[in-house]
Design a protein around this ligand. Structure first.
Ligand SMILES: [Zn+2]
Length: 405
């Protein structure tokens, strides 16, 4: 369950909420429960009956809650004339559009507000083209997917990108993977295009947020995406760490040696230049390995050369991750991406990191594959959009703009 807004604009809006007894705060309480009666809400909020009913009227009039039948003791004589109706957040028909933009392909999907994927399409497109060209294709598929639904309301759009982004400004940072997109005002353009709330985040961080939403009551989750590139995300007590410039988790350009292979960032010997999927493909091209799926298949088949290359990459990745594990003491290290999900990679990182950190740092550490498979980033983006759109401050602003008659 994800309840903690992490986007700065969410925090701003939440801070703008006038009162813990506001419409938005009440909706958040109802959202956190699968259903609640008026009596339960009175007990939980301590509001007066008059105030609670006035707030609920506002939420009803804006279509934000609905009556979902009677509680098991509904209509009991203890409350004559006022049966115990169950009130729920009206999430029926509300959907989120997610554009998960990758380096070689994009995944575009429509999800429910609980992150369940309803419709999805993949698009083969290179991030090397300029932003407008790439986005025009993604938008067209998004439009087709949205049109395919009936009686749906678009809550917002989540965009994942394989590079650094400042989610407060929505402007893309200097990126080695998408140089043509530098300074592109992605947030502003997406808002103009779809006319709804938009969240933009780095794909590895979106993956971390998605996994944290299903990981249970873990305090600190470190997620690493190991695919064409290498990136990480950190969620602690529901808060997604972005860092001062939006580059938190950008571990691919930690330099391991000054004389290593050239990196896309212009230096030599970065982790990404040694160990990313892109680096492995360059290294293994002479033996007929041309895509990540080839690596996955050759490792499964026990191809000695490919296995040796992957093992060496894992060793280098572990060398960068161990200090991170020591510094943040996660209880869960979740691995994702086509290479990160390989059992050999999970087992190798688990063993090597344990070798490198103190017993206390590893005592409660669980290293595992993400529970959401390849959907982690999509779920994370979807949940961040819902948190933004239904933040208490956003709901209060919506109701203040069109007060109940
Ligand atoms: Zn680099």
């Amino acid at each position: 369950m994800v309840t903690e807004p992490s986007d700065a604009s969410v925090r701003d809006r939440a801070a703008a909420a006038t009162s813990p007894a506001s419409h938005g705060a009440l909706l958040q309480l109802i959202r956190a429960r699968s259903g609640a009666t008026r009596q339960q809400l009175l007990a939980a909020t301590g509001m007066s009956r008059t105030t609670l009913f006035e707030r609920l009227d506002g939420l009803f009039q804006h279509g934000l809650i609905y009556q979902a039948g009677l509680a098991p003791n509904g209509g009991s004589r203890s409350a004559p004339g006022r049966p115990s109706e169950i009130l729920r957040w009206d999430d029926r028909g509300r959907v989120v559009l997610v554009l998960d933009l990758g380096q070689t392909h994009a995944r575009i999907c429509v999800t429910t507000v609980r992150g369940q994927v309803l419709r999805m399409r993949e698009l083969a497109v290179s991030i090397d083209v300029d932003a407008e060209t790439y986005l025009a294709q993604a938008h067209e598929i998004g439009r087709i997917l949205l049109t395919a639904g009936t009686d749906e309301t678009l809550v917002g759009v989540g965009v994942g990108i394989p590079g650094p982004v400042n989610s407060r400004t929505g402007v893309l940072g200097r990126s080695t993977t998408m140089p043509q997109w530098q300074h592109y005002p992605l947030l502003e353009r997406e808002r103009q295009h779809w006319n709804v709330d938009v969240v933009i985040d780095n794909d590895a961080r979106a993956f971390a947020f998605g996994e944290a939403s299903v990981a249970g009551p873990h305090d600190t989750l470190l997620a690493v995406k190991f695919a064409t590139g290498i990136g990480a995300g950190l969620v602690s007590a529901g808060h997604l760490l972005e860092g001062s410039d939006g580059t938190a988790g950008d571990i691919g350009h930690v330099r391991l040696s000054v004389d290593g292979p050239p990196c896309t960032c212009g230096r030599h010997g970065c982790l990404a230049a040694w160990a990313s999927g892109a680096a492995l493909l360059r290294q293994l091209a002479p033996v007929g390995v041309h895509q990540l799926d080839d690596i996955v298949a050759r490792v499964a088949a026990g191809d000695a050369e490919v296995v040796a290359a992957i093992d060496q990459a894992v060793e280098r990745l572990a060398g960068v991750l161990a200090p991170v594990v020591a510094a943040v003491n996660p209880d869960t290290l979740v691995l994702g991406g086509k290479l990160g999900r390989l059992p050999r990679v999970v087992a190798g990182l688990d063993a090597l990191i344990r070798d490198d950190v103190s017993e206390r740092a590893r005592e409660h550490l669980v290293v595992s594959v993400g529970r959401l498979g390849s959907d982690g980033a999509m779920v994370g983006l979807s949940q961040r959009v819902v948190d933004l759109a239904f933040a208490p401050g956003a709901i209060d602003a919506q109701i203040a703009a069109a007060p109940a008659s």
